[in-house]
Ligand binder design. Structure first.
Ligand code: GUE
Ligand code: MG
Length: 289
């Protein structure tokens, strides 16, 4: 058996086309152009690639985009001042602080992210938005897990009643993914580095989400035949070689459907960021009218 390939570009195109329509209707109805600001601190090469991809997507869709490059030695106070300006800048509807932050301000990450106006929090990382997601009031939702959900929906893959297993419990992927799947009536298990008998649990999964950050972590013997395997990993094993968390070549002959890396959910992450930016703009308009 060979798994159906879930190609990110097809789903991303559908999500972006819908966002583009909404950009046009906001311009026609309200003369407002949605705006996204991305703050990048320092020179992390991977971050630069992602930020450039985000900027290009904004241009494609007619979203106003600002990339704010701050020096590697920026202080917490400098970041908070920049966020404060963007919180009050009416051209900007979405604010994203590219992670990871440099080591000297790493411990300030939560304080920095929590300073973003929750209505402009297109990453969905603010505790208000996390709380809303956890209580069934989905508002601005983290882009990568939301991309996975949208992909399942667009591919016509049923979630309700399915056994979903997530490997990884990060605030960015694992935990929000848990809430999104639970809200759609899956039976959800979250596994992590201290989980015992991992393969026995993952083998129960109808939907398996890998978000561990370790190349080839999910092997064929961990996958139930016919399962949907979503690979959220982005591991750069050489300057130009990107691999996921799943041993793709082996798992594709067991799974029913699988996402590739690159070309999988990474593309959806950006598409949802565009969707969230438009949603944030709409939200802010509805509060001012
Ligand atoms: N505040 C914040 N929000 C984020 O959403 C965020 C972040 N920080 N830090 C880094 C991660 C990573 N991330 C990706 C975005 C696009 C691709 C993407 O476009 N991937 C393509 C191309 C990748 C390539 O070739 O390098 C693909 O998978 O095919 C991947 C990963 C967003 N992140
Ligand atoms: Mg995780």
């Amino acid at each position: 058996m060979t798994a159906k390939l879930l190609e990110g570009k097809i789903f991303a195109a559908a999500i972006k086309a819908e966002a583009k329509k909404q950009v046009e209707s906001l311009q026609q109805e309200f003369k407002v152009t949605p705006g996204l600001a991305v703050i990048i601190v320092g020179e992390n090469p991977a971050s630069k690639v992602y930020v450039a991809n985000k900027h290009r997507s904004c241009e494609e869709l007619g979203i106003y985009s600002e990339v704010i490059e701050m020096p590697i030695d920026s202080t917490k106070a400098m970041l908070l001042a920049q966020i404060d300006e963007l919180n009050h800048n009416c051209k900007i509807h979405g604010i994203l602080v590219q992670l990871p932050l440099p080591p000297h301000i790493h411990t300030d990450e939560a304080e920095i992210l929590d300073f973003i106006d929750p209505d402009k929090d297109v990453d969905g990382f603010h505790p208000i938005n996390v709380g809303k997601l956890a209580t069934g009031q989905e508002h601005l939702v983290p882009c990568t897990p939301m991309g996975c959900i949208k992909m399942l929906e667009l591919a016509g893959i049923e979630i309700a009643g399915k056994n979903a297993v997530i490997i990884g419990r990060s605030n960015i992927v694992g935990k929000p993914m848990f809430h999104l799947l639970l809200a759609r009536d899956a039976t959800v298990t979250v596994c992590h580095s201290r989980t015992k008998n991992l393969a026995a649990i993952t083998k129960q999964a109808d939907i398996l989400v890998a978000a561990v950050g370790r190349p080839h972590f999910v092997t064929a013997d961990m996958v139930k035949p016919g399962a949907v395997v979503i690979d959220v990993g982005i591991n750069r094993i050489a300057p130009k070689k990107l691999v996921g968390d799943v041993d793709f070549e082996a798992v594709k002959s067991v799974a029913g459907a699988i996402t590739p890396v690159p070309g999988g959910v990474g593309l959806l992450t950006i598409a949802i960021l565009m969707h969230n930016t438009v949603k944030a703009a709409r939200l802010q308009l509805s509060k001012t009218i």
